[in-house]
Design a protein around this ligand. Structure first.
Ligand code: AMP
Length: 148
């Protein structure tokens, strides 16, 4: 049998668990699609945040969104990679967390999203919280009960 340190988990601060913006691969709204595809492919991430020139969070872009856009009826319309910009394809309807939100809010959001973007009160991108880091936190706070 196992028990877990409930307080440690509930009282976790989003800031303590997030990957800070400096370490997060991102693209900008006005980058051509081919740049986004390059970042996604080279980083190995399936989706990355989209920021404007002032580092404000604008949305997410994924390899699937790009492939879906360039998929023609019979062939790949690769010219779209240089003609279209990230903002033409990105999803701007994304879940967001603020630095001062309670951790339980993050828990709920990561049920359906592998990561959630965090912004400050001015909308400036601060980093991401991944489902992986939350599962790690739970694992770290599990204790095996004696005689079990
Ligand atoms: P992981 O939990 O590490 O598998 O990450 C889940 C998803 O979060 C990845 O597929 C990416 O979309 C995103 N992600 C994780 N770490 C980063 C990072 N350093 N930069 C950009 N996106 C990331």
């Amino acid at each position: 049998m196992y028990s877990y340190q409930k307080e440690n988990i509930i009282n976790t601060k989003i800031e303590d668990l997030m990957i800070k913006s400096e370490k997060v691969a991102h693209v900008q709204v006005d980058n051509p699609l081919e740049h986004a595809l390059l970042v996604l492919t080279k980083s190995g991430y399936s989706a990355v945040p989209v920021l404007d020139r002032n580092y404000r969070l604008k949305g997410l872009i994924s390899t699937t969104m790009i492939m879906d856009t360039i998929l023609g009826i019979e062939s790949l319309e690769t010219e779209k990679l240089s003609l279209l910009k990230v903002e033409d394809v990105m999803n701007s309807d994304i879940p967001r967390l603020k630095l001062n939100h309670e951790f339980v809010r993050a828990l709920g959001l990561t049920i359906n999203h592998p990561f959630v973007c965090i912004e400050d009160n001015m909308g400036i991108f601060c980093g991401i919280l991944t489902r992986r880091s939350i599962i790690k936190l739970f694992t770290k706070n599990l204790t095996k009960l004696p005689n079990s």
